[in-house]
Design a protein around this ligand. Sequence first.
Ligand SMILES: [Zn+2]
Length: 208
Amino acid sequence: MNIILLGPQFSGKGTLARQMVRDFGFVQISLGDLFRENIQKGTELGKLAQGYMNQGILVPNEVSMKILEERIKEDDCQKTGVILDGVPRTIEQAEILSKFMNIDAVILLTLPREEIMRRCEGRRTCSKCGEIYNTSFYDKDTCKECGAPLFRRDDDNPESIKTRLEVYDKMTTPLINFYADRLFEVDSSKTSADTYEPVKNFLKEHLK
Ligand SMILES: [Zn+2]
């Protein structure tokens, strides 16, 4: 079963994906990771991608989707299936994707704008190990893991989050329409356990 995961910043997409990987054995795939792997291994596609990146050019779809296609063929992806995170971003990518892989469901995490801003306000990052906290759940100013001071990242400010949300909306709306027949919408405004519950039930039912 292959799944696309959609959701705005602070919707807990990463946490949800980890739970799905842990309980069901999905393979989580993001293009960023695939680029890094291919570049590291020095594959032909990796070299091609690197060439575009070095020139500051967006890696064209023929290359990025080919990298994805090659990855999907590997054994681990043939068991439970994959979770695509951050891909496809456009209808063009979705159309290329449909030629080599079946998308069974698109999980869309929804979160009211006010809640996104509230989570953004409270986010703190450890200056040493990078662990992420939220002041709603953790009220100390040093890291639980390593004791280093927590700080607020520059890009966790209301202005930049607004811009990122606009980009997200522009990107997601056409995809929601494209995948309307297999959309599974989940409210992610409560805890990560509350978000996971309906997803877990959905997967149990469909992975039989
Ligand atoms: Zn730390």
